[in-house]
Design a binder for this molecule. Structure first.
Ligand SMILES: [Ca+2]
Ligand SMILES: [Ca+2]
Length: 138
């Protein structure tokens, strides 16, 4: 499921700074992706995550870009190698956590203080950041 949410950099950074909430979300997502439960994410297991990262990719004006199927495989493989720090062909929980944090910070930096509309997957990290913001502002 996809939904449209308003997001700014502070929302994402606050989520990352909340070590407990962030670690919990990372572990839960990792377990969801690790379909054979061997504690490692291989390329085909990571594909779903990489696809959700592509959805939030945006140009300079903050517009969400549609995926380009022709270039997708190449892009996903290069994203995967970014996660796979030791290049052993699999992403460990430590690699996944480190890289996810880095990407969230990069996205937050890109957003700055001006909120933008983003299309988010229901189980994505950014969606959880938004949900966390809603629940903490009550
Ligand atoms: Ca696995
Ligand atoms: Ca690795």
């Amino acid at each position: 499921m996809l939904s449209t949410e308003i997001l700014d950099g502070a929302t994402i950074l606050n989520f990352i700074k909340d070590e407990e909430a962030f670690t919990f979300a990372v572990r839960r997502r990792f377990a969801e992706l690790d379909t054979d439960n061997d504690g490692l994410l291989r390329y085909d297991e990571m594909l779903k995550e990489l696809q959700s990262l592509r959805v939030i990719e945006s140009d300079d004006t903050g517009t969400v870009l549609k995926n380009d199927p022709a270039k997708d495989d190449e892009v996903y493989r290069s994203l995967f190698s970014q996660f796979d720090h030791d290049s052993d062909g699999a992403v460990s929980l430590a690699e996944y956590t480190a890289e996810t944090k880095k990407m969230m910070v990069a996205i937050a930096d890109g957003l700055g203080f001006s909120p933008v509309q983003m299309i988010l997957e229901d189980d994505s990290f950014l969606k959880r950041a938004v949900e966390r913001k809603h629940s903490s502002t009550v």
